[in-house]
Design a protein around this ligand. Structure first.
Ligand code: IMP
Ligand code: MG
Length: 181
């Protein structure tokens, strides 16, 4: 395993690069099969999910386009208060949209983003997440494509960060208890 500066905070590797690659290929194939002949648009909320998106889109063997948005979440207000800081570049009306996420935790952010996208009248709207921390879910969300169900532990790597770092690790790992307290 390649050592990365700063990876001494890691407790153990949960998903290896090989295991992730195999699952990403399956997800990409499923998305291609379900959207053949449609105007497929993969949409991602910056920043962590771009790592997954980059691999996923190359596993989808059908024409597609990509678009990006960014949101910021506010503390308080009962949670789920989200503001768009960068909107999509193109309209999604009539497009078959798959929203690509790195991890779904409480689901509050995703729930808000989905409500915004739904109002723009896409032909279809589904969710693909690499990781699902399902025991933490607050709002019930339909997830059509799920990579892995993961335990309620803080994870880093493959897009997931600890204070902005470690997104570039090629695997998903748990972090030592004293680092996330
Ligand atoms: P939610 O609104 O609670 O579902 O927030 C999901 C977001 O929280 C993800 O897109 C990540 O940015 C972040 N997140 C949740 N769990 C983890 C984790 O274990 N490591 C790093 N980021 C996480
Ligand atoms: Mg995220």
């Amino acid at each position: 395993m390649t050592r990365y500066a700063g990876d001494d905070v890691i407790e153990r590797v949960l998903l290896t690069q090989e295991v992730i690659a195999e699952r990403v290929a399956e997800l990409g194939h499923a998305i291609a099969t379900d959207h053949a002949g449609h105007d497929l648009r993969l949409i991602t909320v910056l920043r962590g999910s771009v790592i997954f998106l980059a691999d996923l889109c190359r596993a989808v063997e059908t024409p597609l386009t990509l678009d990006f948005m960014a949101v910021s979440s506010f503390a308080g207000g009962g949670g789920g208060s989200v503001r768009i800081t960068k909107d999509l570049d193109d309209p999604i009306e009539g497009a078959s949209v798959v929203l690509v996420e790195d991890i779904i935790d409480t689901g509050l952010t995703l729930n808000y983003v989905l409500s915004i996208l739904r109002a723009r009248k896409p032909a279809s709207l589904s969710v693909c997440t690499l990781l699902d921390k399902d025991v933490r879910r607050i709002v019930d969300l339909p997830i059509e494509y799920r990579g892995f169900s993961v335990p309620d532990q803080f994870l880093v790597g493959y897009g997931l960060d600890l204070a902005g770092r470690l997104r570039n690790l090629p695997y998903v790992a748990t972090v030592r208890e004293d680092e996330v307290a």
